[in-house]
Unconditional design. Structure first.
Length: 349
């Protein structure tokens, strides 16, 4: 097939724009050939189960799925009865970017809370954690947090533990949207288990696509007592892959030789480099700390549009000029330096 795109062109719109990591592509090729039992009864999915248990504990149950929306919806559905509701930050992906899938597909209700930095706290949770037993109100029975958040911010281990303890004290389960869980692990410098299983998270959407996987995520049940029917819900939610070995092989590659940390750590480092390169330039401000692979900045009118002629990125809040710049596993220092130079040039005009 003829290559249709310029492989030298880079942008800062999303870590989803990056291709697949070479080690992930190699894993797919290695898993190819011959026959393996379909629908998850293959040796690669069995090996993935073992690896996930090494990272998250022996009680862990792992269910590979196609994508992050599917992981979130299926995970949340397994936590709740039909009258259940989920407390989440208003900026949460399940609220802003999944086209109502949690509510339309699962039938659950989202109870959203304004946050300054995309992070929930026990006090913020309490704004919606009420009304149990009231037949007129959807029952708050789960809390969902995102690690790292949609604003690029990071929960500490202690912050997650406090949320888990607070949620559990009210009889609520805790879900973590880990679309960028690898970036969080790299930033925190602790094992995955420290800020998930051991901190009290009940169920996890384990992300891969934003960190070099071609396609595929996983629902990781950390507390089997909190989740009901995942084996059925995955199929019901159209997330059961027939050739599951190819999803599992990618996630195996991510968890082998610390690829998840190497890739995410590099993306985080590139965001730090970008922030340092443009910090202090007149006319440029920042709205969030740079704690992972995202930089949230504010640009004067029309500057963003001129910059986008060379480097694609998204407006986050057009009304205020806030933009988001994302770095990926394949972002290079040269990419950062070229983008920073373009920013300086446009702001000097």
């Amino acid at each position: 097939m003829t290559q249709l795109h310029d492989t030298d062109r880079r942008g800062f719109a999303s870590d989803n724009y990056a291709g697949a990591h070479p080690e992930v592509l190699a894993a797919i090729a290695e898993a190819n050939g011959g026959h393996q039992v379909a629908y998850g009864e293959d040796v690669y999915t069995a090996r993935l189960q073992e690896l996930m248990r090494e990272h998250f504990g022996e009680q862990t149950e792992t269910y590979p799925v196609f994508n992050g929306t599917g992981a979130n919806v299926t995970a949340l559905t397994s936590l709740l009865p039909r009258w259940g509701a989920v407390i989440a930050a208003k900026t949460a992906h399940i609220n802003t970017d999944e086209n109502g899938a949690p509510e339309r597909v699962s039938g659950l209700k989202l109870l959203t809370v304004d946050t300054p930095d995309g992070k929930l706290t026990p006090d913020l949770i309490d704004l919606e954690a009420w009304g149990w037993g009231d037949e007129h109100r959807a029952q708050p029975l789960a809390v969902s947090i995102t690690q790292t958040t949609e604003l690029g911010t990071l929960y500490s281990v202690d912050e997650i533990r406090a949320i888990a303890e607070h949620a559990h004290s009210h009889g609520m389960a805790l879900h973590m949207d880990g679309a960028r869980i690898s970036n969080a692990a790299a930033a925190l410098g602790v094992p995955l288990r420290d800020f998930t299983t051991d901190a009290g998270v009940d169920i996890l959407s384990f992300g891969g696509t934003k960190n070099g996987v071609l396609y595929g995520e996983a629902v990781v049940v950390l507390n089997p007592a909190a989740s009901v029917g995942m084996i059925f819900l995955r199929k019901l939610s159209m997330q059961l892959a027939s050739k599951m070995r190819f999803v599992s092989a990618q996630l195996i590659a991510l968890l082998t030789d610390d690829l998840y940390l190497r890739s995410a750590g590099h993306a985080n480092a590139m965001a730090t480099r970008l922030r340092a390169a443009v910090e202090g330039i007149d006319g440029l401000g920042f709205t969030q700390p740079t704690q992972s692979n995202a930089v949230f900045a504010v640009l004067p009118p029309r500057v963003a549009d001129r910059l986008r002629e060379k480097f694609r990125f998204y407006d986050w809040n057009p009304a205020t000029g806030e933009v988001r710049w994302m770095c990926s596993f394949d972002t290079t220092e040269a990419d950062i330096d070229a983008f920073a130079a373009a920013i300086r040039e446009e702001l000097a005009r």
